[in-house]
Design a protein around this ligand. Structure first.
Ligand code: IPE
Ligand code: IPE
Ligand code: MG
Length: 248
């Protein structure tokens, strides 16, 4: 990889893949067809990010609020998720991708929980891109589980109240061992976070596109990256302090 590529490509990209249902409805198809097409778009995204040297890609597959959808759609999404894992993980493994999951997996049936653990164990030692899959994930759940783990450490006497600081919180939320997201992408036209990585996105560049998820391709990703490159990330400093050096 060239030096330029290491500077201009976001290390960590976090995506909300939205618009599958509308994509299908616009074609007179059932929403399930949109989710199928969404899987293809996700495969393309993973490949394109890995090719471009992204270190971590976090994708939102199912939110803690998505259980509120019609039961039939929820079951279909669970089946699709299981099938997709079965079909795709071996290839991801061959490509050196390390697959990890964030979210409360205890609500899934045993077959799905076993698939998730299998995928993580199979790919754990891979040194390529980390693919973080958010399933039954919610940002508020994440902060709650982080708080609980800190409270347990406190109760067990492993830490004192003084040792609770931003660094400890940052390590305790999901993906706390990884760089924070540099670029957030949401397709489907909505400009909201929908309870995604609330802590992790504090200083992330936010990019929204009206494209529906199944239509999102490598060219659309490059457009998002170009927009990211054009930003001056100041992290509280002035533009003069940061100078022309983008992504200081
Ligand atoms: C995103 O597409 C996929 C999931 C939430 C699983 P949607 O299903 O939300 O599509 P729209 O927003 O209804 O078009
Ligand atoms: C966010 O999309 C969750 C996923 C993409 C998995 P939604 O379509 O569920 O978001 P809202 O409910 O419209 O905000
Ligand atoms: Mg949606």
């Amino acid at each position: 990889m060239s030096i330029a590529a290491t500077i201009t490509v976001p290390r960590h990209v976090a995506v909300i893949m939205d618009g599958n249902g509308r994509w299908a409805t616009a074609r007179g198809l059932p929403r399930t067809a949109g989710h199928q097409a969404g899987v293809d778009a996700t495969r393309r995204l993973v490949e394109a990010c890995a090719e471009r040297g992204v270190e971590v890609l976090t994708i939102f597959a199912f939110s803690s609020e998505n259980w509120r959808r019609p039961q039939q759609e929820v079951s279909m999404l669970m089946e699709l998720f299981l099938r997709t894992l079965q079909r795709e993980v071996t290839r991801l493994h061959k490509n050196g991708i390390c697959v990890r999951f964030i979210g409360d997996r205890t609500r899934f049936d045993t077959a799905l929980q076993q698939r998730i653990s299998w995928a993580e164990e199979l790919t754990a030692r891979n040194s390529g891109m980390v693919l973080l899959i958010a399933v039954n994930y919610g940002g508020r759940w994440d902060l709650t589980q982080a708080t609980r783990s800190i409270a347990e450490a406190l109760a067990a006497g492993r830490i004192t109240p003084d040792s609770i600081d931003e660094q400890l919180l940052a390590r305790s939320v999901c993906g706390g061992d990884l760089p924070e997201p540099d670029l957030f992408i949401r397709t489907g036209g909505e400009r909201r976070l929908s309870n995604y990585l609330l802590w992790q996105l504090a200083y992330t560049e936010l990019y929204f596109t009206d494209l529906l998820w199944p239509d999102f391709d490598a060219a659309a990703l490059d457009e998002a990256f170009a927009c990211f490159r054009a930003k001056q990330r100041r992290f509280g400093r002035t533009g003069e302090q940061v100078g022309d050096g983008k992504h200081a």
